[in-house]
Design a protein around this ligand. Sequence first.
Ligand code: ADP
Ligand code: MG
Length: 341
Amino acid sequence: MASKKIIILDESVANQIAAGEVIERPASVVKELVENSIDAGSTRIQVEVVNGGRTSIRVIDNGEGINREDVVIAFERHATSKIREATDLFSIRTLGFRGEALPSIAAVSKVTLKTRTANEKVGTLLKLEGGEIKDLRDIGMAVGTDFLVEDLFYNTPARYKYLKTTTTELSQISDIFNRIAVAEPQIAMTLIHNGRLVSRTPGTGRMLDAILSIFGRELVDNLVEVDYEENYVKVWGYVTIPTVYRSSRKHQSFYVNGRFVRSTLLSRGVSEAYYNLLPPNRHPIVFLFVKINPVHVDVNVHPAKFEIRFSRPEIVMDVVTKGIRKALQTKNYLPTFKPME
Ligand code: ADP
Ligand code: MG
C-alpha cells in the first residue's frame, strides 16, 4: 500500500549503518578486537596486519574464548557478556559493553573466528561474509581466540575509497596499538605488519617496561612519575621533563578508568601545568591515567567510546594540573612557592 511508508530496517542494513559509526578504518578493527582480547583476560595478544589492514587484520589471544553456544549470538547487535542492565552502565569495568563491534566488523568484511574455552574439548570455527554465516564447525585449538578479518569494506565501496595509503593506515594502527599496550603492561603484546615486527611489549606488569620497549630508552630517561589524589580523583602516569617536548599534542595519551580517551579537557589540564615552562606551542609527551568513580563519567557518549563526559570537569582538570605540578616540583623543575604570610 502506498500509504504505508515506514519500515523497520533489515538487520543487515542496520549493521552496516552501525559499522559506519564504529568501524571507520582498519585501526578501528584493531582497537575493538584488542579491547575484546583484554576484556577476555588474555596475557598474550598478537596482532598481525597485512597491507595496512586492507588485506587482513588478525588478532590472536589466549583469553577465555567464546563458548560454542555463544559464538553465533556474539555477532548479533547489542549482544554482550559484559553488562546485563541499564544500571550496569554506571559501573563498567570492561572496555567493551555496547555489543556492537562484532556485528559491525562482520557486516563489512569476511570474518574467520576460531575460539575455544577451557571447559570445551574442541574449539569452534565460524566463517561469515558480510555478516552471513558461511561455515560453522569443530576445530582443534588451544584455549583462546583467533579472529581474522579479511577484505575490510569489500561490500561498502564508498568506505573503501576513503582508506589512505598503507603507511597512513599502519601508522593509525600502531598508534592505537601502542596507546593500548602502555595501559596494559601485564599483557605481552605484539604488532606485526607484513610479517615484520612493528611493536612489542614484554608483559612484565611494569608500565615503564612497556614504554621502554615501544618508545625507547631516551624517552624513558626523560619521564617523571605522576601520582596524586584529591577530591576522590586519582591521577598517575608519566610525563616528560620540560626540556623534552613536541610540536603537537598527539603524543599525549589519556586514560580514564583504564580506557584510552581523547580529551581536550585533560589536555588543557596538562598545558596549565607546563605554563611558562615550555616554549610557545610546544607540548609534553604524557601517559596519564585518571581514576574516578564511574558514576562521575559518562563513557556512553560516542560509539567508538573515544569521548567521555565528566560530571565535574573542572575538578578533574585541576587534579591533573596539580598532580603534574607536584611531580615537576619534586624534580626541581618548578620553584616551590611558600604560602604568603
Ligand atoms: P562488547 O565488547 O561490547 O561486549 P563485542 O561485539 O565487541 O561487544 O563482542 C561481543 C561479545 O563477544 C563480548 O561481550 C564477548 O562475550 C565475546 N567476545 C568477543 N571477542 C572475544 C575474545 N577475544 N575472547 C572472548 N570473548 C570475546
Ligand atoms: Mg568489544
